[in-house]
Design a binder for this molecule. Structure first.
Ligand code: IMP
Length: 383
């Protein structure tokens, strides 16, 4: 029995939203209506067996695995009236033209796939397929955190959110992925957009030319950094080593976001004299760490890396004490000003070349208490 009109139907949503279950339901109904059905899936998806598609709930339907979209037309039987393609996000972009072509020929095309990847980004050819389809059904799973409707797929590694820059393609089991609502979907190390200058609120110091990073932006980013650190130092003896004085506000906020047991240490150094806004490369240590750091995992917490001279000296010194690891977490990175290479592992914000103040950073020792990062107008001096 032929359809009079071909069409494309999309069944999409996050993992565990019941897409395959829904496709199987439609296919069974098509069979009852005496339609001839063929199902294809990418060879990459070997979750439950090669020659079938299987929903998380356990229902199955026979399917033919194919490597690419061009493999499908030669396998189509003349009597087929319904074509289903599962896990379409893993197909090449040729699947869009193929779906259109089959629908143009009068076939009913049912396509299932993830709308977004674990980062929340559109997944493969799914956006194009959704655009050309007659019907799009977005299904929702249940958020593993809140129990609300989930629209995102959370990837977890060692129980912690996977980083933005971890590879996208990995078909996996339940322990690696879970459904989350937008609010509870976490993607650490998403490249923070270069902050854009915002106006200075009324009543704030007049030497400010603008607000570069707001208190809210700082709070959100510090939470992300804390989550990454908590993930990376599981089972390690972590010491957060704050460089005084600029790093102190960052440290106190950051340590509240680090869920692992850790100790804190302080070093006070000075890199340049009041009124001179360029590091000399001469670093004086006024206060040294109290504990023996040998064999411990040291994470240096800095407010800003500018030329890099200060940190390079601090790292040289700390390395002689043989820590198990030595890494850097800085809130701000003026990357374009770097004169000496320092390996920065965690960066809050990469910022352009402005002299900035607030959230621990000073202008001639003052204004560290501002809750945001402000830009100092060129030529300004205290007193
Ligand atoms: P570097 O040796 O040039 O990397 O300088 C690092 C130190 O200079 C930081 O720890 C800050 O104390 C200070 N610094 C660099 N840029 C700024 C800024 O824009 N505002 C305030 N302090 C800064």
């Amino acid at each position: 029995m032929k359809h009079t009109n071909g069409s494309i139907e999309i069944v999409t949503g996050s993992m565990f939203s019941g897409k395959t279950e829904e496709v199987i339901r439609r296919l069974r109904r098509a069979r009852i209506a005496r339609q001839q059905v063929q199902v294809f899936k990418p060879v990459i998806d070997n979750r439950y067996g090669l020659e079938k598609i299987t929903s998380h709930a356990g229902t199955e339907f026979e399917a033919t695995p194919v490597a690419r979209s061009t493999d499908i037309p030669p396998l189509l039987k003349p009597e087929t009236t319904v074509v289903a393609i599962d896990e379409a996000q893993f197909f090449d972009y040729g699947v869009v033209g193929l779906a259109n072509e089959l629908a143009d020929r009068g076939l009913r095309v049912i396509v299932a796939g993830l709308d977004t990847d674990f980062r929340g980004e559109p997944f493969g050819p799914m956006p194009q397929l959704m655009a050309v389809a007659e019907q799009v059904d977005k299904l929702h799973a249940i958020c593993a955190i809140s129990g609300e409707e989930a629209s995102r797929t959370q990837r977890l590694i060692n129980g912690q959110p996977a980083y933005f820059d971890e590879p996208v393609v990995a078909v996996g089991a339940a322990e690696l992925y879970e459904a989350r609502s937008r609010q509870h979907h976490a993607v650490p190390r998403r490249p923070a957009a270069m902050p854009s200058v915002q106006p200075v609120p009324p009543g704030q110091p007049e030497f400010l030319g603008g607000v570069l990073v707001s208190a809210e932006q700082i709070r959100d980013r510090v939470a992300e950094l804390g989550a990454m650190i908590s993930r990376d130092y599981v089972g390690k003896e972590l010491v957060l080593l704050c460089i005084l004085r600029g790093g102190v506000m960052f440290l106190t906020d950051l340590m509240r976001q680090v869920s692992l047991p850790h100790t804190v240490e302080f070093m006070a150094i000075s890199s340049y004299e009041p009124g001179v806004r360029k590091s000399t490369g001469q670093v004086r240590i006024h206060l040294d760490v109290k504990q023996d750091i040998a064999g411990k995992h040291i994470l240096v917490v800095e407010d800003i890396v500018d030329t890099g001279h200060t940190l390079a000296r601090v790292l040289d010194l700390l390395n002689t004490r043989e820590p198990a690891s030595l890494r850097i977490c800085t809130l701000l990175d003026k990357a374009e000003r770097r004169e000496t290479q320092v390996p920065v592992d965690y960066v809050g914000f990469t910022i352009p070349n402005h002299f900035v103040v607030g959230y621990g950073l000073d202008v001639d020792e003052y204004h560290r208490n501002l809750p945001y990062i402000g830009i100092v107008k060129p030529g300004f001096n205290i007193g």
